[in-house]
Design a protein around this ligand. Structure first.
Ligand SMILES: [Zn+2]
Ligand SMILES: [Zn+2]
Length: 410
């Protein structure tokens, strides 16, 4: 999550609890919501899924005393939604609604100013946290320390955005794993102005309102509050001639193709996270993560049940009665399967380890045989079957026969 989330999202409302709710009440509210909204219980319900993610994110923050304090503090300082940072050097790592409950991303006001959401080195060097960025804030007046910290933060490394994309895989690709090229569009530093937002040949100048600090002071009663500068929207600099490519934002959508390895055993609809494969970081920061939602096409031969593959194989009456050795396909090569004499239709044989490679073990291939009956018989075959029938006097359905004799019923 980014600081913007902290400012714009009402986590208390998301969980339906009061602002002063205690830890137990928050946990209880979350559990109830998680139970009702869980995607397993609401398949293909986008609204429920969105609410589920929202609740998870809210719980991730509110269940952590430190994060909750920071969240309350951020909301108190900036109100809700009134402040939209951006401008030169702006741009936020977008959380994109990913569930981040307990992900442990450090909260850092640095990303309010276009610096790293993950704690830019500059911010850390300055001590980190609220006190750093708003150094001198609570003491009143614009302390030089605050200015320096902000500039360090703005020039520090920034983590790239998380990106979500989709991939459609063939059945066997999903089971065995596959390497696929993915074409992705994601925001990145504008190539024309190199992220400054200023038209080439010009440079942003220091904001005259805040003198580059990015924050201004406001008096209220006996206290002086700092808030992000409205003129430069917290960036500390103003662009006179905006870059035509990015319209002054310093950020443009860029298309890139990357090759990713999809692990074996993914399921249709599954969302997998590929760490470090998202948008590249800025100024040497780490790349964001890539989330790939996979769609898996069906197989004409195989079905899938968890990590097991299923396969239906028709056999003849003669094969079932006399026994046979079948050669059956697997996703990789073939295997021999011994069908013993006297096998009934519907019997399932397990071929160990030839299913889907799961996390800890491989699933099995479950082969179910059915008895194929010819739709038409040649006169010779008919004679042979009639002769066979005369030889078979065993009742194949004793329970049914007994019920019939008793006049029906259970
Ligand atoms: Zn530009
Ligand atoms: Zn300013």
């Amino acid at each position: 999550m980014s600081t913007r989330d902290f400012i714009e999202k009402d986590y208390y409302a998301a969980l339906g609890v009061a602002k002063d709710a205690d830890a137990a009440a928050i946990k209880k509210a979350y559990r109830a919501l998680a139970r009702d909204l869980h995607p397993d219980k609401n398949p293909d319900n986008a609204a429920a899924e969105a609410k589920f993610k929202e609740a998870s994110e809210a719980y991730g923050v509110l269940s952590d005393p430190q994060k909750r304090t920071e969240y309350d503090e951020a909301r108190r300082l900036f109100g809700s939604g009134g402040f939209r940072p951006g401008g030169a050097g702006g741009g936020f790592p977008s959380a994109g609604g990913y569930p981040s409950g307990g992900a442990g991303q450090p909260f850092d006001l640095g990303d309010l100013f276009g610096a790293a959401g993950q704690g830019g080195a500059g911010t850390r060097a300055g001590g980190g946290g609220l006190g750093d960025l708003f150094g001198g804030l609570f003491g009143g007046g614009a302390a030089p320390g605050g200015t320096r910290s902000r500039q360090q933060a703005a020039s520090g490394p920034a983590r790239g955005q998380d990106v979500e994309t989709e991939a459609t895989l063939a059945f066997d690709e999903a089971v065995l794993g596959v390497t696929v090229p993915l074409r992705m569009q994601s925001p990145g530093s504008c190539p024309t102005c190199h992220g400054s937002g200023a038209k080439p040949g010009t440079a942003p100048h220091t904001c005259p309102v805040c003198n580059g600090a990015g924050v201004t002071s406001r008096s209220q009663g006996a206290f002086a509050f700092s808030e992000p500068c409205r003129e430069c929207r917290g960036s500390g600099s103003v662009v006179d001639d905006p870059c035509a490519t990015c319209k002054g934002s310093g950020i443009t959508d860029q298309v890139r193709t990357i090759t990713v390895r999809i692990p074996a055993g993914v399921k249709d609809g599954q969302r997998i996270r590929l760490a470090g494969k998202g948008a590249p970081g800025r100024r040497g920061g780490p790349a964001g993560d890539l989330f790939v939602v996979v769609h898996v096409t069906g197989s004409e031969l195989f079905g899938r049940s968890g990590d097991d593959l299923t396969l239906d194989v028709p056999i003849t009456f003669a094969e079932a009665a006399l026994g046979t050795t079948l050669t059956v396909p697997t996703l990789e090569g073939t295997v021999s399967l011994k069908v013993p004499a006297g096998t009934s239709g519907g019997r399932t044989f397990r071929v160990r380890g030839r299913g889907v490679q799961g996390k800890s073990r491989a699933g099995d291939l479950l082969v179910t045989v059915s008895i194929a009956v010819p739709a038409a018989l040649s006169p010779e075959a008919r004679t042979a079957v009639e002769a066979l029938a005369a030889q078979l006097d065993e009742d194949p359905r004793p329970a049914v026969t007994a019920a019939v004799r008793a006049g029906g019923g259970a």
